[in-house]
Design a protein around this ligand. Structure first.
Ligand code: NAD
Length: 347
């Protein structure tokens, strides 16, 4: 049933859930198709008939209001699952059991039992599961990975303005999970300790959270995530011996400061660095600051291209189902730490 290996035959892909983010998947698949890649958008499914019909018309693709109807009518090789997180497992399992490879949006599922159900069905049917941790495909992250030697301290900020979306989950599963996945992929050591505080602000779930992780190798990672901010920030800074890297996900920027090069900086560079580090005085000589050259690219496009590549090659995806489960397990550990903090604080 899968078009795997048949390079000339376009993979037939579907999108389940045509809400805010599903529409991005629809757009990118259509763009890849228009660019001549071996992929064809074959179906869109949304439980809301008006949304399904509108997406069907916009992207010129057959639309359905139920996955069962779609699977009975259309042959799919692969599909993106972009329904709310609480419905990920049901949609993913139905697709996998119909021999369809799946890219399931992040977080993989709402519970570990659901994640395990997805992974078990994928194994049973020999299907591919990729999880939509799209920051892994951010060109700034790929560039940072090349400069990684021994990261010992991470500082992550992901702040967004409140919208009424993704309220089926809290800010840890909604936003912070991106950074948890990235840091887990950069630190090659198990988590030793989790300290956490989280507060509901506008919704009934935690909207702002601050977490401190200590890994067994001594690395520390601080994460702040908010969906009730007045500004948008998506930054990760990390420190390793004699080196500091500052990554901006949105701008796809990577700045590296190190002492090994001892390259002379211009006064302008020193002044820029002083303002960036908040130092009152110019930093001492011997420090060098470099803006790493990055070839910009849309992370979602890179993610979907990688997914289609894994589907064709039958290879393990860059962000596997197991990676998605690992990020979810950590997020749930953070939930437990937040609950115990709330109890201690009498909240
Ligand atoms: N990777 C990212 O950066 C990123 C960003 C935003 C959202 N997401 C993820 O994408 C998913 C969807 O988020 P969103 O913001 O698009 O939500 P949304 O509420 O805008 O859209 C969800 C759509 O799914 C439809 N739907 C609900 N249940 C369904 C079902 N059982 N079958 C078919 N359709 C169903 C709804 O009618 C709606 O149109 C979530 O898992 C979210 O975490 C990922």
């Amino acid at each position: 049933m899968s078009g795997a290996g048949e390079l000339d035959e376009p993979l037939q892909v579907g999108v389940v859930g045509a809400g805010a983010f599903g529409r991005n998947h629809l757009r990118v698949y259509k763009e890849l198709q228009a660019a001549g890649q071996a992929v064809e958008l074959a179906a869109v499914v949304d439980a809301d008939a008006a949304i399904a019909a509108e997406a069907g018309a916009t992207f010129a693709v057959p639309w359905f209001t139920s996955l069962a109807e779609c699977l009975a009518a259309v042959r799919l090789d692969a599909a993106s699952v972009c329904v709310p997180t609480v419905h990920h497992a049901d949609a993913a399992v139905a697709l996998l059991a119909a021999d369809v490879d799946v890219l399931v949006e992040k977080p993989i599922a709402a519970s570990l039992a659901e994640a395990d159900r997805i992974l078990a069905v994928a194994r049973e049917y020999g299907r591919i599961v990729q999880v939509g941790h799209l920051e892994r495909f951010n060109p700034a992250v790929s560039a940072a990975r090349k400069h990684l030697n021994r990261p010992m301290f991470f500082e992550s900020h992901r702040l967004s303005i409140f919208t009424a979306r993704s309220l089926d989950v809290d800010v840890v599963l909604d936003l912070m999970i991106h950074d948890l996945d990235i840091v887990l992929s950069l630190v090659n050591s198990p988590v030793h300790e989790v300290r956490a505080v989280g507060l509901p602000v506008l919704s009934s779930k935690v909207d702002i959270a601050n977490i401190r992780l200590e890994f067994e190798n001594g690395c520390i990672a601080n994460f702040t995530a908010s969906r009730v901010s007045t500004e948008r920030v998506r930054k990760l800074r990390f420190f390793q011996p004699h080196q500091y890297l500052s990554l901006d996900f949105a701008r796809q920027d990577l700045l590296m400061i190190d002492v090994s090069g001892a390259a002379g900086m211009t006064d302008e560079q020193l002044a820029a660095m002083a303002s960036m580090t908040g130092a009152d005085q110019h930093p001492s000589e011997g420090l060098s600051m470099r803006k790493i050259k990055i070839e910009a690219g849309e992370p979602l496009r890179l993610e979907l291209e990688a997914f289609l590549g894994a589907v064709r090659d039958r290879s393990t995806p860059v962000v596997s189902g197991e990676d998605g489960r690992r990020a979810l397990a950590l997020a749930l550990e953070i939930h437990a730490a937040m609950a115990s903090h709330a109890l201690r604080a009498g909240l």
